[in-house]
Design a protein. Sequence first.
Length: 329
Amino acid sequence: MNILITGASGFIGSHIAESLLSKGHGVWCAVRATTSRRYLTDPRLRFVELDLSSTEQMVSVLKDLSLDAVIHAAGATKCLHKSDFFKINTDGTRHLVEALEALYPTGLMPRFVLVSSLSVVNSIPSEKLGEPTAYGESKYRAENIVRQSHLPYVILRPTGVYGPREKDYFLMVQSIKQHTDFSAGYSPQIITFVYVSDVVQAIEKSLTQPAEKVIGHTFPLSDGREYTSRTFSDLILSSLEKLEGSRPWVVRIKAPLLLLRIICFFGELYIRLTGKLITLNNDKYNILSQRDWRCDISSSRRLLGFEPQVMLEEGVMKSVKWYKDNKWI
């Protein structure tokens, strides 16, 4: 197939590009002029510069391509301003959909895979688990744009995605490597994970499964198990021990959610004053304070044929080894 990937230079996007290329597909990577291509070095990759803020620009760039599929993995998880989530994640999706609808007649449109997020459930009254976030709301609105389009679409909602090149969970690895294990909230927290190669597996199945099984469906993604934050940190410790020959000593700090709220408030203030993005902000607080991230993947198994291959113990070891081999830690 001839496949376009938006967000191809990102954590998930770069893994998608590598896997599709290895299977013989023609891969077009949508990038910006300033985008790093650090993980997109294979000479068989082809590039187009797309401006997701302009339907007209994308029509002009894509009109000479004959695409069988589009994987929309571009998006912002951290922004300086709340409105930027909607400009990038929602409006960017709208412009891309408009461009594809303008270029392809109904019946010949490329299969469209939207990489969304489990965070959207907090914007759905019937599924709400915790406080909505600007990120989750922007992705939920993007989903609705795709649903209202004429594109033959599949929507994927991965839970916390981790693996080589990922930067947010890496902060926890880095903190434990530096002898501090920080967690927030005294009530039990149920969390779920999915390794990046399993997200790629789900994307590839979205492209190849019969249309009647997957088109028009939304599929949650996880490894099918439930964990606590302590489980994750213990696996990081055991991985470091296996790789380095000794178990790092660590001070475990469990802070009340109020303290996290205060830290995130000042993080938000820092962002506004300096214009520099950091991980802890008001939107991140709503994600970290949520106590229940359970994810039912039965429909993904039944219709998509999705079957997680990498469980958390193996995935954490692979991730920590990559961070160590690439001198991130």
